[in-house]
Design a protein around this ligand. Structure first.
Ligand SMILES: [Zn+2]
Length: 147
């Protein structure tokens, strides 16, 4: 399930997943990948093999120091989401273009995600864009989300 209704899939500014991941990697790590677990700069990309029983997803990196795997979404508002990264980036673009914060219903129609996905996007974008002091004091993970 990708959560897409198809409305936004035809939007010309919607990137494909590889381009969206490359954009976010360059934006987040302009000097190369940084492990979100140990902050080491030494990481290499794992490549999916067709013959493997447990193939690696695209965009997975492995830290040379702590040997843990990660992607560019770890520690961000996009982590643990089934919504394609390209739709997240489109939602943020629409959010920034808007004069005021968008509702979940607006995100649903503008980005083409399900209503449940739009609600998740609204919550996470609001939290990520909020000033640090205004962020929920709930869990540490949520307080550390950023875009
Ligand atoms: Zn590491």
């Amino acid at each position: 399930m990708d959560g897409s209704t198809g409305a936004a899939a035809s939007a010309p500014e919607l990137l494909d997943e590889d381009a969206a991941r490359a954009f976010l990697e360059h934006f987040r790590w302009p000097k190369g990948p940084v492990c979100p677990h140990c902050k080491s700069r030494g990481a290499y990309r794992l490549h999916p093999r067709a013959c493997s029983a447990a193939p690696v997803r695209k965009g997975v990196l492995k830290c040379k120091a702590c040997r843990r795997q990660f992607t560019v979404t770890v520690g961000t508002a996009f982590e643990h989401s089934h919504i394609p990264l390209s739709q997240w980036l489109l939602a943020i673009r629409r959010w920034c273009e808007s004069r005021k914060a968008l509702s979940a219903y607006q995100l649903h129609s503008l980005v083409g995600v399900s209503r449940q996905g739009a609600w998740l996007m609204e919550q996470r974008i609001r939290q990520a864009l909020a000033p640090r002091a205004a962020r929920s004091p709930g869990t540490r993970r949520r307080a550390s989300w950023h875009l």
